[in-house]
Design a protein around this ligand. Structure first.
Ligand code: SAH
Ligand code: SF4
Ligand code: F3S
Length: 456
């Protein structure tokens, strides 16, 4: 098939699952002659892969579409520019987007982007009709296949999609649909192909990744569906894969087998993201998180028991409807007790169609701002203390690329900290021992001790 070369610009918002989806959209479009470009100027196809999680995230899409308009007009004389909106705003707002922003030619949801070639052709034939926001997750992964274009040494691999939890603040169950897990054989096929291309670290992704229950590999169907712990151990056997991570987990789906995987699988990194959102039982109930603060703390304690070097990260929301000073103080107390290595924190944002948006006891914006500042000051101090505690330790670092200074390389510690060290370029793509000498909030620096070929 002969193809003319065309330029593709994809802008990705939101979570790592969108990063994975953007990569896979590129894979789907490469056979049509599309080559990635770093800027939208002069592109034949622009895709905005959007996020709907907070109000600001969704608004960004419309302002970006405004900026694209003049570029599309300029390109009209030389083949034209096709503008696509993908991702969670596409799923949530569908046809509304084309009405509100006529510059958009096509809208595609997170479960149907494998059909982009057909949708692009359709948009060229009849503008306004190219919209696909069905939920067809099985079809998607079958059609995508395992051949991916990758760069570097670390890759995301989606293993689970969707969410049935319906936390009252969250849009994800509406934008990503019901929970669904990929079969183990399909995941392993994709990771083997990645390892053959030099990937050393995989991060398994899912909106509720620890709810994973994928069909057992062929020949072992009688075992029933596999949980995430089994999957992790199986991936640890794939030659070339040295580090495994997974995100995002829900406290309700933590089982003992997964906790044990941290103990018995050294390739599973000792860094675990477990969002809790609030430390107040009343607010956790109103959020429909289906657990209390003590359950979360017990899980963290158990993880630390089986893997003493484990570090914890999390997500917090301040100013959920009904949150009083005392509820907020319970959050601060939980944070003090957990002592996070790192934690994201957000002001509650009302999302259309979620139960939280209809609650009458919304918290004042000024109060949210004040609470967020207090929480972030505490979290920043914990992060700095965690990074500083690395000084004097020797950490295995996966070197990924040259650093900013001559002779320096940049890599990642088991805790995902950025690490800079003077090291020969041959170590790029390898794990080496670095003695940590300096620490700031966002990075570590150290001295190369020697190459090492183990995971953690
Ligand atoms: N599936 C994950 C999180 C997905 S969304 C989980 O269950 O933990 C990522 C984070 O965004 C959430 O953990 C939450 O902290 C934040 N978030 C989601 N909806 C939000 C909203 N309406 N307002 C503010 N933050 C929100
Ligand atoms: Fe959203 Fe809750 Fe599902 Fe996480 S578990 S994606 S916060 S509904
Ligand atoms: Fe955003 Fe959708 Fe991810 S709403 S956080 S891009 S699942």
């Amino acid at each position: 098939m002969s193809t003319t070369r065309k330029r593709l610009f994809i802008k990705t918002y939101g979570c790592q699952m969108n990063v994975y989806d953007s990569d896979r959209m590129k894979d789907v479009l490469t056979p049509l002659g599309y080559e990635s470009s770093d800027t939208p100027e002069g592109a034949d196809l622009v895709i905005l892969n959007t996020c709907h999680i907070r109000e600001k995230a969704a608004e960004k899409v419309y302002s970006e579409l405004g900026r694209l308009r003049p570029l599309k007009d300029e390109k009209a004389a030389s083949g034209g520019m096709t503008i696509a909106v993908a991702g969670c705003v596409a799923q949530a707002e569908g046809a509304e987007i084309m009405k509100r922003a006529p510059v958009v030619d096509l809208v595609v949801g997170p479960q149907t982007y494998h059909k982009l070639p057909e949708l692009i052709a359709q948009a060229h034939r009849a503008k306004g009709e190219a919209l696909d926001t069905e939920f067809e997750v099985e079809d998607k992964f079958d059609r995508l296949g395992s051949d991916r274009q990758v760069e570097g040494y670390s890759a995301f691999v989606t293993v689970q999609e969707g969410c049935d939890k319906f936390c009252t603040f969250c849009v994800v169950p509406y934008t990503r649909g019901a929970e669904w897990s990929r079969p183990v054989d399909q995941i392993v096929g994709e990771i083997r192909a990645l390892a053959a291309k030099g990937i050393r670290e995989v991060t398994l992704l899912g909106q509720n990744v620890n709810a994973f229950h994928g069909a057992a590999p062929s020949g072992r169907e009688a075992d029933g569906p596999w949980g995430l712990g089994q999957l992790v151990r199986h991936i640890a056997l794939i030659g070339g894969i040295e580090r495994i991570r997974f995100t995002t987990s829900h406290p309700r789906d933590m089982d003992e087998d997964l906790i044990q995987a941290f103990a018995d699988t050294p390739k599973l990194m000792p860094y675990f993201h477990l969002p809790v959102q609030s430390g107040s039982d009343k607010i956790l109930k109103a959020m429909n998180r289906q657990h209390i603060a003590a359950d979360y703390l017990a899980t963290i304690a158990r993880l630390r028991e089986v893997r003493p070097d484990i570090a914890i990260s999390g997500d917090m929301i301040v100013g959920f409807p009904g949150e009083t000073d005392a509820d907020f103080e319970a959050t601060m107390e939980l944070v003090r007790e957990v002592n996070y290595a790192s934690c994201f924190s957000f002001k509650y944002s009302k999302r259309p169609g979620t139960p939280g948006a209809a609650m009458f006891n919304q918290v004042d914006e000024a109060v949210k701002t004040e609470r967020l500042a207090a929480l972030q000051a505490l979290l920043d101090a914990q992060q700095i203390a965690f990074n500083t505690s690395m000084i004097g330790k020797t950490l295995p670092v996966l070197f990924e690329k040259p650093g900013r200074l001559d002779g320096q390389l940049h890599g990642r510690s088991p805790y995902l900290q950025s690490v800079h060290a003077n090291a020969p370029a041959e170590l790029i793509g390898q794990i080496a021992e670095v003695e940590i000498e300096g620490a700031s909030r966002n990075a570590l620096s150290g001295r190369l001790i020697g190459p090492k070929r183990s995971a953690a």
